[in-house]
Write a protein that binds this ligand. Structure first.
Ligand code: HEM
Length: 399
């Protein structure tokens, strides 16, 4: 019988407790200074320091991504050399050339959504706008029909709730629901007059696996669905959180709004990109990712056994005072060398070029088409609950 190496480890905190969930960012900041590698049953060993997280990312032979033996996860649940082959196909969809071609389409989607936002009245940016912004870009990118927008928005929300509850049965059911949507799209693209879009391209892609892993082949449906699911979760949950984070940031910093509007008016879009990067550092739209140890390891002054669940906490890494001077202060001109918002190493986010583009265009369109973005009323924001980041409510007023 195998024993769970964490069964006997005492808990330093409870990451699902109301205290932590009321303000995740503050809770991670507080725990990082007290206990940089903190244990609880839900997240296992949470790595909270920037340097420890970098060490884990640089040592995939110790911190493996194969966290589940039951489900495949393309490419995040894989280690090299399998991961390398799947990642090569993944990356070809996010090249600078592809992004350049896609930018006008993104701008069109964002322009249309921003122009429909109410003027001079209070609205909740997280109720409609943020999700629609993310899902519509995803649909255009993948070549999917508009009729999928609402089911996908609802799917992401159900998935988030089941993940927090740790409800494996429900998570399985929800995964099957997603499979159904994607299988239908794959079937359509295998038909006689199939559309020539990214979904169709993925079906044809050859994964260059080494001979001992079976040699080059196209993806199975299970692999295609898993890859598409991971793109969708990357896009829908993370990018929609970013929309709320950006709006709340602008509302909270009217002077910075003015400075960025002026920069934009003279074509200094690099200033907008730098502001987005710094805003994401301060309030990471993705809280965590998982690893499992392949051997015993000492990290952050703590001994972790082999086979242990490890959680990389990005939200904490990016506010670590040992990695950033005045870590909790907004400074768009600081070096972003230690910013881990898109990860680092083998599993660094392949969608980062797309995400950066979407977020820059969003900030540009918000600034270009408004005179002022403000909060609407008292208590305008409500913090999101894990695994979501940012806010579940951002009461906004634009003029
Ligand atoms: C602001 C938005 C986003 C943030 C903050 C973000 C962040 C990250 C981070 C930190 C990782 C590394 C995970 C790890 O090391 O375990 C990652 C991986 C990944 N991201 Fe993103 N992401 C974003 C948007 C996207 C988008 C738009 C896509 C695709 C359309 C995407 C697809 C993926 C995939 C497939 C992986 C797994 C890569 C691998 O394991 O090799 N992400 N992302």
């Amino acid at each position: 019988m195998t024993t769970n190496p964490q069964e006997t480890t005492p808990n330093d905190w409870d990451t699902r407790s109301p205290d932590v969930q009321a303000d995740q960012v503050a809770a991670y900041d507080a725990m990082r200074s007290k206990c940089p590698v903190a244990h609880d049953d839900y997240m296992g060993y949470s790595l909270l320091k920037n340097a420890d997280i970098k060490y884990a990312l640089e040592h995939p032979e110790i911190f493996s991504n194969k966290v589940s033996t039951r489900h495949i996860a393309v490419p995040n649940g894989m280690d090299a050399p399998e991961h390398t082959a799947f990642r090569a196909v993944n990356d070809k969809y996010f090249t600078p050339d592809r992004m350049q071609v896609f930018e006008p389409q993104i701008r069109q989607v964002v322009k249309s959504l921003v122009s429909k936002l109410p003027r001079n009245e209070v609205f909740d940016a997280m109720d409609g706008f943020a999700q629609l912004y993310a899902v519509r870009i995803q649909n255009v990118f993948m070549g999917w029909p508009a009729s999928l927008e609402q089911p996908l928005i609802e799917w992401v929300e159900k998935n988030r709730r089941a993940t927090l509850a740790g409800d494996r049965e429900q998570m399985g059911k929800i995964a099957l629901e997603f499979d159904g949507y994607i299988r239908a799209l794959l079937d359509e693209r295998r038909g006689a007059d199939a559309a020539a879009d990214i979904t169709a391209e993925l079906i044809q892609d050859v994964i260059d696996l080494p001979q001992d892993l079976g040699g080059p082949r196209t993806m199975t449906d299970e692999e295609l669905i898993s890859l598409i699911r991971n793109w969708t979760v990357g896009e829908l949950s993370t990018v929609s959180a970013c929309a709320g984070i950006i709006l709340a940031f602008l509302a909270e910093h009217p002077q910075e709004q003015d400075r960025l509007r002026t920069s934009l008016a003279v074509g200094k879009t690099a200033e907008i990109a730098a502001a987005v990067e710094e805003v994401m550092r301060l309030q990471d739209p993705l809280v965590t990712n998982r690893r499992v140890t392949t051997q015993p390891v000492e990290i952050g002054g703590r001994s972790i056994p082999a086979g242990a669940k490890v959680t990389i906490n990005w939200a904490s890494a990016n506010r670590d005072e040992d990695a950033f001077e005045d870590a909790t202060t907004y400074n768009p001109h600081r070096s972003q060398e230690n910013n881990l918002v898109y990860g680092q190493g083998l599993h660094v986010c392949p969608g980062a070029p797309l995400a950066r583009l979407e977020l820059r265009v969003l900030m540009e369109e918000l600034l270009a088409t408004t005179d002022l973005i403000e909060f609407g009323g008292a208590n305008p924001t409500q913090n999101a609950v894990y695994p979501a980041a940012g806010y579940s409510k951002v009461l906004t007023r634009i003029s």
